[in-house]
Design a binder for this molecule. Structure first.
Ligand code: NAD
Length: 528
């Protein structure tokens, strides 16, 4: 592993190695023992969790799990069918309607806290599965994808018996009748949770913990590209907690149609979906048929706005390189870098340095920030989107293709694009790879206009020496989450979600619990 080159380093920036170290520092120190993961084989988990049992597919069929860094098949996973999905939904329905799960907050908290302990005991297995099947660098696994999720789940477990089920309103009178009024909050019922492959543990657990804490039961259908991580959630709940049979079911499948089937099933009361905007539209349309509650976490094209008073040498290389987080496969990434037009050339040079200095390599190397893309199909999709975007205009400043340093693995070069047309696909569509597009703005109003110039509204980033100025711009960006000067907007108590084409609703935090509750009013008349 090495940064790609130091040739493009502007005089005012540190050597590429120092910059790379700074980038890794953002992820925090490698926990004791995590360095020892290298050379260990992930065991993974092939079974689904249905009605309390860890099971193989009734068809006997399994699908392959491929390590995107080595292109090797690392294991097989039960390939769920419509039959398994049907059993899982029936079990979740029964557990919701016939058990005390929905009414026993203390027991829900107990089971969820057992799961927190199980995660903590099995961190290495979760990290190994993540690094192996996603190609996520070990530093990202420990710094973002796995370890911090334990505390997020702990926060949600604490909510399981803490929400107020009933609120009394002042009574009202009419003649001889007094009415005692109450607002109750109740679980929605059976939740269908559908998740993507890019942040497989955190996203699945946002849905699982919010829904369980609120007293719902669940069928979770993860994406086929990263099945082990989610299958491990099922196993830990089944083997290391007292959760009753049917409350949580995990059905993985190579067949995307199972997601559509789950959405359409009349026994499912609500759908919580994370994935692409295109699939989100289909989910919403299908849920409309049954008039189901939908919660959508969709794509993004988030702007990173560098104000003219920012320390450009410090900020621009970093703001650009952060677009390579998780190899660009994250919905919240700063994939558009907005810089003052008067300093465009200087910013391009600095951003090029940042992108060229991203340490790319073996995900098990603790000094690597970016690994491969998740699959050969996804790599080809990203490069095809880049090529067709460039055909509309724009130029590659750095990168632009398959990474030349690797003879195996689905590696793509960190890529910086300039001069892309504002209404072209490189600005308007998610590429979901390590591609950052630089856009120039005239003044603050124009910066806000450019920032808001896509249908998305997931995240935004503002960089300035003047926090008040940054907060003012943050207030004008249409997005669910804004980071100022690198501030972290994720956490167990921080609601996560977007607006516009980026989705509806919030996960994590109290808002992520409320998402899974219904409101019922009770009015009792008394004549006295
Ligand atoms: P995807 O939309 O292709 O698939 C997501 C899930 O939906 C998978 O489990 C898939 O099997 C299932 N699915 C496919 N077709 C379906 C249908 N018709 N009905 C119901 N389910 C169906 O997305 P992906 O490629 O797995 O993930 C990448 C996308 O997810 C990106 O667009 C990314 O921005 C988005 N994402 C959003 C967030 C967020 O919180 N906003 C977080 C992570 C990823």
């Amino acid at each position: 592993m090495a940064p790609q080159s130091t040739d493009v380093r502007p005089r005012s920036t540190p050597p590429a190695e120092q910059f790379a170290a700074r980038l890794l520092d953002i992820l925090g120190p490698l926990p004791m023992g995590a360095a020892g993961l290298r050379g260990q084989a992930a065991r993974g988990e092939s079974r689904m969790l249905i009605d309390g049992e860890l099971v193989e597919s009734s068809s006997g069929v399994r699908f392959r799990n491929v390590n995107p860094a080595t292109e090797e098949v690392v294991g097989e996973v039960a390939d769920g069918t419509a039959e398994e999905l049907d059993r899982a939904i029936a079990a979740a329905r029964r557990a919701q309607d016939e058990s005390s799960w929905a009414r026993d907050g203390a027991f829900r908290r107990h089971c969820m806290e057992q799961f927190v302990d199980a995660m903590a005991r099995n961190l290495d297995e979760l990290r190994l599965a993540m690094v192996t099947e996603l190609g996520c660098p070990v530093r990202l696994a420990t710094g973002v994808q796995v370890d911090p999720v334990v505390d997020k789940v702990r926060f949600m477990a604490g909510l399981a018996d803490g929400w107020q089920e009933a609120t009394e309103l002042p009574e009202v009178s009419a003649g001889p009748m007094r009415t005692l009024r109450q607002i109750q909050r109740t679980p929605i019922g059976v939740v269908g949770a559908i998740t993507p492959w890019n942040i497989p543990l955190d996203i699945a657990l946002a849905k699982v913990t919010g829904a369980l804490a609120a007293g719902n039961t669940l069928v979770l259908k993860p994406a086929p590209d990263t099945p082990w991580t989610t299958a491990l959630i099922g196993r830990l709940f089944a083997e290391e907690t007292d959760i009753p049979a049917g409350v949580l079911n995990v059905v993985h499948s190579s067949d995307h149609a199972l997601g559509a089937r789950l959405t359409a099933d009349p026994r499912v009361d609500a759908i919580s979906f994370t994935g692409s905007t295109a699939t989100g539209r289909k989910v919403m349309a299908a849920a409309a048929e049954g008039l189901k509650r939908v919660h959508l976490e969709l794509g993004g094209k988030s702007p990173s706005v560098v104000l003219d008073d920012a320390n450009l040498e410090q900020v621009v290389p970093l703001a650009a390189a952060l677009g390579c987080f998780n190899a660009g496969q994250s919905c919240i990434l700063p994939s558009r870098l907005l810089v003052p037009v008067g300093r465009l050339n200087e910013c391009l040079e600095l951003a090029a340095f940042g992108m060229s200095s991203v340490p790319v390599g073996d995900p098990f190397d603790e000094n690597v920030f970016m690994g491969p893309l998740v699959s050969v199909a996804h790599r080809d999709r990203v490069l095809a989107a880049l090529a067709s975007g460039l055909a509309e205009g724009g130029r590659v400043v750095v990168g632009g293709g398959v990474h030349p340093d690797f003879d195996r693995g689905y590696y793509v070069q960190p890529t910086l694009v300039a001069d892309a047309p504002e209404h072209g696909s490189l600005i308007q569509e998610e590429t979901f790879g390590p591609i950052v597009v630089v856009q120039a703005y005239e003044d603050l109003d124009d910066a806000v206009r450019v920032a808001n110039g896509t249908p998305f509204g997931l995240a935004g980033y503002v960089w300035s020496e003047d926090e008040d100025r940054a907060r003012d711009v943050a207030g004008r960006i249409r997005a669910g989450m804004i980071g100022i000067n690198g501030g972290q907007f994720t956490g167990g108590d921080m609601p996560f979600g977007g607006v516009g084409a980026s989705g509806l609703g919030r996960e994590w935090g109290v808002a992520g619990l409320d998402e899974f509750l219904e409101i019922k009013t009770i009015a009792a008349a008394r004549f006295s």
